[in-house]
Design a binder for this molecule. Structure first.
Ligand code: DP6
Length: 316
């Protein structure tokens, strides 16, 4: 018997950075994300008949770092214990997007594992849980994964995420791939370190204010106002990194050159994509469908970089 499910990654426009409870990944502030339907993880759980332990499928296993594999099996063990599932499984997990881009996403992989586990639970024990409960349980594996259950917009306050009805439901996602090597400071470590920054003291206040204003700007379809808020928000998070002790950062000279091109583009055109960055050097852009000409322009303007447009590589 086997079960399979997939989940999208998501990009936060108001960021989850800092935890009020690190043991259960409770965030210090609310966050808002857009789901990235073309950056997905697919998980397959195969029931093992002669095993007392969960294992990794040997073919996919080679591509995943040891620490990631251990964290994944730990999440599965936690779910099994909570729902008293005694069966053991072979786990496979694969991303839908190219390996070479450094977008190994804990959000899509933990959400897909959680979803697949609940498919198995339904067929093994005829037990159901709601999407909200699934999201809250996924959070225990990796915080940002709880937003991957709701599409396109999700807001996460504390327990699990929920769907939020906002305009701009069909945005085009472009990633500027600056570097694809694994980062030195993981996002879990970043959450820990930002507690040492003096800026973290008022971070909750700033994030909540921005969330409120972003939602209202979106409802007014004020695209430029949204861009400004989203821009301020990712710089706020990166300032937390640089003002932590010990200080750390993800921006590379190439990240800064690409950001300069984007900023100058906005100044010249009075329009442009929304721009954000996670805990890494890569840059995420969101375009409206009616900006397809501008998107083409940006493929030239950013021609020196590897671009991932809706999950497919361009200008390699
Ligand atoms: C910068 O969800 O990866 O992407 O809960 O420790 O697994 P853990 O952290 P993770 O943090 C993601 C942080 C972020 C911002 C965001 O997605 O909101």
């Amino acid at each position: 018997m086997s079960w399979e499910a997939s989940a999208p990654s998501n990009i936060a426009l108001i960021k989850y950075m800092g935890k009020s409870d690190p043991n259960s990944n409770r965030p210090s502030n609310a966050s808002l994300s857009y789901s990235l339907e073309n950056l997905r993880t697919n998980v397959l759980l195969k029931k093992l008949s002669n095993s007392q332990v969960d294992t990794w499928n040997s073919v996919v296993s080679e591509k995943i770092p040891e620490a990631g594999k251990t964290k994944f099996l730990k999440h599965l063990a936690m779910l099994k214990e909570r729902f008293d599932v005694r069966e053991c499984f072979e786990v496979s997990s694969e991303n839908s997007f190219p390996h070479s881009c450094g977008f190994a996403s804990s959000a899509s992989s933990f959400a897909a594992l959680t979803k697949t586990f609940f498919l198995a639970l339904k067929s093994l024990k005829n037990q159901d849980v709601t999407l909200q409960q699934m999201s809250a349980l996924s959070r225990l594996g990796s915080g940002s994964s709880c937003r991957s259950f709701f599409s396109p917009w999700a807001v996460w306050q504390s327990e699990g995420a929920e769907s939020v009805d906002l305009p701009y439901k069909n945005l085009i996602h472009v990633a500027v791939v600056i570097e694809s090597v694994p980062k030195e400071v993981s996002s879990t470590e970043a959450h820990r370190r930002v507690d040492t920054s003096l800026l973290q003291k008022d971070r909750g206040f700033r994030a909540e204010r921005r969330l409120e204003s972003l939602v209202s700007l979106m409802k007014d379809e004020n695209w430029k106002g949204c861009f400004e808020t989203i821009w301020q928000e990712f710089w706020d998070m990166h300032a937390l990194f640089e003002t932590s002790f010990p200080s750390f950062g993800y921006m590379t000279p190439d990240s800064l050159s690409a950001l300069k091109i984007l900023k100058e583009g906005w100044q010249k055109d009075g329009d442009g994509p929304w721009v954000t960055m996670d805990a890494g050097p890569n840059i995420h852009l969101l375009f409206r469908p009616d900006q397809s000409m501008l998107l083409q322009d940006y493929q030239h303007r950013l021609g020196q970089f590897k671009l991932l447009v809706e999950g497919s590589l361009r200008n390699v």
